[in-house]
Design a protein around this ligand. Structure first.
Ligand code: NAD
Length: 355
């Protein structure tokens, strides 16, 4: 056993079909009285239903969360929380809504209760992002980590199959990189392997029947574990590439993760053999975990190339430049030429290859 540091991040998790009904009691347990319910415009109806269910424990709803948390939206939401005398916020939705909750918590200290309806994992982390003047600033701050998380698989039944698949593979990316993180530890490794395995088994069952509540529960369980890994350890090359592609070319978040992950893993494979062994074990294969992951994503019907996402071919050089300019910690040093080839293969939808 190698030396390690494990610093547990505290959050309360309430898991299970129908657990949304415990929201009122959970708000009280936080010592709060009035919640501002946050959502995207697309999930406004769900936010209203939650507010109706809460009765006088709801201060109101703010259904204006959007991707990448523009600072203007965050300011409006903070003002609304003040105006309505809210003493906590309930973020119901995917990473964009949780992100808005975090932006409120960052300077108001308002406790956040998250109810995730995708597999993105933001609810388990202290990572926040805010976009100001076209530039996304990210950071870690313990104040933004949701204090309580309610995982109710029933709320994920409405997540379209395509989004369920890419969101699930986005979650797997957190766990896969967590397995070779420089600050990883035995607990996060257990969570990562279990999380990958739960999602890899649940997603094909969802493909067969998106309304299968047992498969939905297993997928959300996997997403929780993968999110917890992201919350505890540092991410490497894969997340760097995806943040660069998303930030500079506005590519969709979960789809970009889905396409890049097998290639990033292949790049790191020889430098992180134990991680590859564990990813492979979670996927049920003995060799070539990166290829097995790509084959899984193809079987699930996920987009197969960056070209299909609208990435311009002449932008690949810039992504390679940006990735090596400010690298994230990674088991293998970043070599520009190899990264440029990796990006080309992801662009073309080629199989992952050690470069
Ligand atoms: P999202 O939150 O942007 O949601 C996409 C769309 O799906 C929205 O319209 C949303 O309303 C809808 N939706 C969500 N759940 C639904 C459901 N159950 N039924 C029907 N529609 C539903 O997407 P996401 O992938 O969850 O989050 C992506 C964002 O989260 C990115 O900005 C990413 O950077 C961020 N993120 C942050 C962290 C972190 O730790 N800070 C971690 C992961 C992702």
């Amino acid at each position: 056993m190698k030396s390690f540091v494990y610093s547990a991040a505290a959050s309360r998790v309430v898991f299970g079909a129908g657990s949304l009904s415990q929201l009122g009691a959970e708000i009280t347990l936080l010592g709060a009285r009035r919640a501002l319910v946050l959502s995207t415009p697309e999930q406004a109806e769900m936010a209203q239903r939650v507010a109706d269910m809460l009765g006088d424990k709801a201060a109101g709803i703010f259904p204006r969360a959007v991707m990448h948390v523009p600072i203007e939206t965050a300011r409006e939401a903070r003002e609304e929380a003040k105006r309505l005398d809210a003493d906590c916020a309930v973020a119901i939705g995917g990473g964009s809504t949780t992100g808005l909750g975090k932006a409120i918590a960052l300077d108001s200290g308002l406790p956040i209760l998250a109810i995730p309806t995708t597999y993105a994992g933001s609810e388990m982390t202290s990572i926040y992002g805010l976009t100001e003047g076209g530039f996304k600033k990210t950071g870690r701050d313990d104040r933004v980590r949701p204090r309580t998380v309610i995982y109710d698989p029933e709320l994920t039944l409405s997540l379209p199959l395509g989004m369920s698949v890419t969101s699930g593979l986005n979650a797997i990316a957190h766990a896969a990189e967590g397995l070779y993180a420089h600050d990883g530890n035995p607990i996060t490794a257990l969570m990562a392997e279990e999380g990958i395995g739960a999602l890899a088994q649940a997603l094909p069952r969802l493909q067969a029947d998106p309304q299968d509540i047992t498969a939905r529960s297993d997928a959300l369980y996997g997403a929780w574990l993968c999110g917890a890994v992201l919350g505890h350890v540092s991410m490497g090359l894969h997340h760097k590439l995806c943040h660069t592609l998303g930030g500079s070319f506005n590519l969709p978040h979960a789809e970009t993760h889905t396409i890049v992950l097998p290639h990033a893993l292949a790049y790191n494979a020889k430098a992180a053999p134990e991680a590859m062994r564990r990813i492979g074990r979670a996927l049920g294969v003995e060799t070539d975990a990166p290829l097995a992951l790509q084959q899984l994503s193809h079987r699930l019907g996920a987009p197969a190339s960056l070209a299909a996402l609208g990435m311009p071919a002449d932008g690949l050089d810039r992504v390679a430049d940006l990735a090596v300019a400010t690298p994230y910690p990674n088991p293998r040093p970043l070599e520009r030429a190899a990264l440029r080839s990796l990006l080309q293969r992801a662009f073309d939808g080629a199989p992952p290859k050690f470069l």
